[in-house]
Design a protein. Structure first.
Length: 57
């Protein structure tokens, strides 16, 4: 629950501080092939799990 809340805070801060950049990013993501997004999501999830693991040690 805390992790999801932190993700929402970070995303909200990004939209508040740089709305134009976030709009461009969303447009680029819409044009990115699904397989690339899938691999990027998997890589991000693995990095996140690794960071949580390191933080809990």
């Amino acid at each position: 629950m805390t992790g999801a809340a932190l993700a929402l805070v970070l995303e909200g801060v990004c939209y508040a501080l740089m709305p134009g950049t976030m709009r461009r990013l969303a447009g680029r993501m819409a044009e990115t092939p699904a397989h690339r997004l899938r691999w990027a999501g998997l890589a991000g999830a693995c990095i996140g799990v690794g960071l949580v693991w390191l933080a809990r040690r």
